[in-house]
Design a protein around this ligand. Structure first.
Ligand code: UDP
Length: 463
């Protein structure tokens, strides 16, 4: 029971993938900044990704703690330290990781029972938290890693089942993905990393037709106020932020393309070569965050041999671009005025970060709900141009269909050029960026939703 004036204790349980963990840590920090006592439950290696940021919050007087779990490597047959989907080198290892995550359930349930928080905020991928919250008589909130457009599309596909009559492989995005858990219906509600003004029609539609309560809290990356928070968001960066920023300072506004395919996507070497050739031929400056690349055994690796001959020497000599191997300070870079375009895999976090920074996008969805997100960007908001990928594939193989260099170059030119179409996209995304910042400010729509949410949690027991 939380009486008036008594401090709430909320526990956050993020899923072990950067695109899930990062926004949830942002939300946990936001709760703590609003006077709530917060505990984030994660495994030890994952905790290292944001320990420094939390320590800074603690030093500034916030009541926020990390509870670390023992990760069952040995039982699951994983090497020590392999605790996150971004660090599994093969699809088989990802399956072992899912198994290890399942094994955590009794440990986490025991922790909830022992410390009996006032509310559990759980990634939607942990549907079993509904039961333990019900048992404890506390609200369970699901965190949805995506936006309303995706939820509406998924809801309507469930309802009207258009996929049952499809004929072509590339139309078959839905059939190949797992059904979303239905635990949201049995929860107190769903926390969304979105803001009302971005997708008002879909927020309203979802609220009216699903009966699921939602709060828009985003874009949550905007709550990383200072440079240090931005630079360290999600992990330690693999580059010197000062040298990246000073390179960007030397560029004209809106002249640099930023390329990053999120934390999980893998490309074949041939695809990476096509990207490199397209970038070089485009003549535009760029920062390219190269993720992991598959070798001949479909095992991923980070090495230099995937680059076309002398590619890196040429782009360095011409001062055309920077290559980042490993973790990039994405939010910090996107916000730089020199960044004028974002070649993205359409992960929901990346999209919100691009919108917040006012950067038009070249869209290259790969898996999950990224193909729906692409439609929102290119057809609804009209702030991006597609490269034309139609193949949903979670883990590339050497025989994955290629997007050739001309397609990539044409889409890049359409976004980075000075034609009216590009200027119109830039104008629209700049307006959205202003709305995003306003939504997150005190008195804005997302800030008001947060205040209402904290009040709703306090009221839960009293009604
Ligand atoms: N990210 C980053 N540096 C990197 C790669 C990714 O900061 O080098 C962040 C990015 O800013 C975003 C998240 O990782 O917040 C990726 O989430 P998203 O939903 O875009 O894609 P996912 O990784 O889940 O496919």
């Amino acid at each position: 029971m939380v009486s008036e004036g008594q401090q709430l204790h909320v526990m956050f349980l993020p899923y072990m993938a950067p695109g899930h963990m990062m926004p949830m840590v942002d939300i946990a920090r936001l709760f703590a900044a609003n006077g709530v006592r917060v505990t984030i439950i994660v495994t030890a290696f994952n905790a290292r990704r944001f320990q420094d940021v939390i320590d800074r919050d603690i030093r500034s007087g916030r009541e926020i703690a990390i509870h670390t779990l023992h990760f069952p490597y040995a039982e699951a047959g994983l090497p020590e330290g392999c605790e996150n989907l971004s660090s599994t080198p093969t699809p088989e290892m990802s399956i072992k990781l899912f198994h290890a995550i399942d094994l955590l359930q009794p440990q986490i349930e025991g922790f909830f029972r022992e410390y009996h928080p006032n509310c559990i905020v759980s990634d939607y991928l942990f549907p079993w938290t509904v039961k333990v919250a019900t048992e404890l008589g506390i609200p369970r909130l699901a965190f949805s890693g995506s936006g309303f457009f995706n939820l509406c599309v998924s809801h309507n596909i469930d309802l009207y089942k258009p996929h049952e009559n499809i004929e072509s492989e590339t139309q078959d995005i839905y059939r190949s993905r797992p059904a979303r858990p239905k635990a949201e219906r049995n929860s107190f509600g769903v926390l969304m990393n979105s803001f009302y003004e971005l997708e008002p029609t879909y927020v309203d539609h979802h609220r009216k037709h699903t009966g699921i309560k939602t709060w828009c809290l985003g874009p949550v990356s905007l709550y990383n106020g200072d440079t240090e928070d931005k630079a360290e968001r999600g992990d330690k960066t693999s580059v010197c932020k000062h040298s990246c920023l000073s390179w960007l300072d030397s560029r004209k506004p809106n002249s640099v393309l930023y390329i990053c395919f999120g934390s999980l996507a893998r490309f074949s070497k041939t695809q990476v070569t096509e990207i490199a050739s397209a970038l070089e031929a485009s003549g535009h400056s760029f920062i390219w965050v190269v993720g992991k690349v598959l070798n001949a055994d479909n095992d991923d690796q980070q090495e230099e041999s995937w680059l076309p001959d002398n590619f890196e020497e040429r782009i360095t000599k011409n001062d055309q671009g920077l290559i980042i191997r490993g973790w990039a300070p994405q939010v910090l870079l996107l916000e730089h005025p020199a960044i004028g375009g974002f070649l993205t895999h359409c992960g929901w976090n990346s999209i919100l970060e691009g919108v917040s920074a006012g950067v038009p996008m070249v869209t290259w969805p790969i898996f999950a709900e990224q193909f729906y997100n692409e439609k929102l960007i290119t057809q609804v908001l009209k702030i991006g141009v597609p490269v034309g990928n139609e193949t949903w594939k979670i883990w590339a193989t050497q025989d994955s269909p290629l997007i050739d260099r001309n397609k990539i170059k044409n889409a890049v030119s359409a976004v980075m050029g000075s034609e009216d179409v590009a200027e119109d996209m830039r104008e629209r995304v700049n307006q959205l960026s202003k709305m995003a910042k306003k939504a997150a400010e005190v008195g804005g729509s997302s800030s008001n939703d947060l205040t209402a949410l904290i009040k709703d949690i306090k009221m839960y027991k009293e009604t």
